[in-house]
Design a protein around this ligand. Structure first.
Ligand SMILES: Cc1cc2nc3c(=O)[nH]c(=O)nc-3n(C[C@H](O)[C@H](O)[C@H](O)COP(=O)(O)OP(=O)(O)OC[C@H]3O[C@@H](n4cnc5c(N)ncnc54)[C@H](O)[C@@H]3O)c2cc1C
Length: 307
């Protein structure tokens, strides 16, 4: 059986503008899906044509290969990016943006997802990455997650994701189309002030308004690193503002790689490799990347990626 092409199928769409670091080449095929039915159809089309399937959120933790990505890249919008609030229940599409979820919840007098205000990703990306910040925890308020595959939609419970530090057990080709949260009560004004406070805290400690994917490396095991974060290790190894080509570690936060204007993904990988080399030489610690890849990103042979 041949499945019809997804609606709005684009060829050779540049992926750089769909990521926050703004590097990388085009996707062979790209489409937006606004409903679960469109999503199932697009996944079936990719599987029928033996095209690799990739899912893109806000691209805030993503490094796209300069030579592009073969297969189909899907972005969620429409119904799959909705945010609905009913009493303490918040229902979101997988493509809903976390800062918007946090803001809407606060305005509705709900507490528990404030940390999302400083994470520029989607609900789907947050489930996949088990995103959190400032002691907030996605799993604490998550009730259920809808996962779409070629077989259709399946509702899963948080326990089934085996969440760990910046990881879940979601497999390639499994797409988070929606999630439900139950939040606690809060005074809307107090909740809005809490969000403003978190935004300020971010601006003080991290580069703001720049092209980056946030933390480059996961924080290493505390025992091995003497409690130092990746940023502290990179800083101590002389990586603050280290630049290669158009990319460099931030002067403000050494674990953030910044695209200074014309960086390629190859530049970003070179900066990461040099940072990783210096930290290993100085402290014997092998940093593990937090950022995810799309397409054949050229990784130096001597280090694993998220292994
Ligand atoms: C300035 C800045 C600050 C940040 N601060 C934090 C922080 O404090 N805490 C934190 O945890 N992260 C932080 N991040 C990283 C990033 O925002 C999170 O990892 C976020 O959860 C990624 O979501 P996304 O939608 O952008 O996913 P993308 O970057 O688009 O994708 C990341 C991964 O998730 C997968 N994915 C995306 N959507 C779906 C879906 N619907 N279903 C299945 N898989 C999907 C992708 O295939 C990919 O493997 C920061 C990033 C930036 C740029």
């Amino acid at each position: 059986m041949t499945v019809p092409s997804p609606r709005r199928l684009a060829l050779a769409e540049s992926m750089a503008s769909y990521t926050t670091v703004r590097t990388g080449g085009p996707a062979e095929f790209f489409t937006r899906c606004g409903t679960a039915e469109e999503l199932v159809e697009a996944i079936a089309w990719a599987s029928d044509g033996q095209h690799a399937l990739h899912i893109l959120g806000s691209g805030s933790n993503l490094l796209v290969a300069d030579e592009g990505v073969s297969g189909l890249v899907i972005k969620l919008d429409g119904e799959l990016a909705r945010i609905e609030i009913s009493g303490p229940q918040v229902t979101c599409g997988g493509g809903a943006r976390l800062p918007s979820v946090a803001a809407k919840a606060a305005a509705a007098g709900l507490s528990g997802i404030e940390f999302g205000v400083s994470i520029p990703g989607t609900v789907g990306g947050a489930v996949r990455m088990n995103a959190n910040a400032y002691g907030g925890d996605l799993a604490r308020t998550l009730d259920w997650v809808d996962v779409v595959t070629a077989a259709g939609v399946e509702r899963r419970l948080p326990d089934s994701f085996d969440f760990g530090y910046r990881r879940s057990n979601l497999k390639e080709g499994e797409v988070v189309s929606g999630a439900g949260f139950t939040l606690g009560p809060a005074d809307p004004e107090t909740a809005k002030l809490a969000l403003a406070g978190l935004r300020e805290q971010r601006k003080e400690t991290q580069p703001w308004g720049v092209k980056t994917f946030g933390s480059t490396f996961k924080n290493p095991d505390k025992e091995a690193s003497g409690g130092r974060s990746s940023g502290q290790l990179l800083d101590a190894a002389g990586c603050r503002d280290l630049r290669i080509g158009g990319a460099g570690f931030s002067e403000k936060h050494a674990n953030f790689v910044i695209n200074h204007g014309d960086a390629t993904t190859a530049d970003v990988v070179s900066v990461m490799a040099e940072g990783r080399r210096r930290v290993f030489e100085a402290f014997g610690i092998e940093l593990e990347p937090e950022v995810q890849t799309l397409g054949p990103v050229q990784i130096p042979e001597d280090w694993g990626w998220g292994a």
